[in-house]
Design a protein around this ligand. Sequence first.
Ligand SMILES: [Zn+2]
Length: 76
Amino acid sequence: MVTADTDPKRCPLCGQPNNCRAETDPDNCWCHRVRVPQELIDLVPVEQQRQACICLNCIESYNDNQSAFKLSLRTE
Ligand SMILES: [Zn+2]
């Protein structure tokens, strides 16, 4: 797992673009309207927390099926 470069535009969990607008348009980013479960944030490596937003896709999959989502993170 490569952690050397933290891209704030990519989800730290799945590596896909998170579509976060925290840098350009913070007040209107979807991430301010969605409640991210603390347990989901805890799955992000500490050095990447508050650096990159978790994407909406991951939040929805997590809410949908937490155990399956956690398993999907351990495929390496
Ligand atoms: Zn994601």
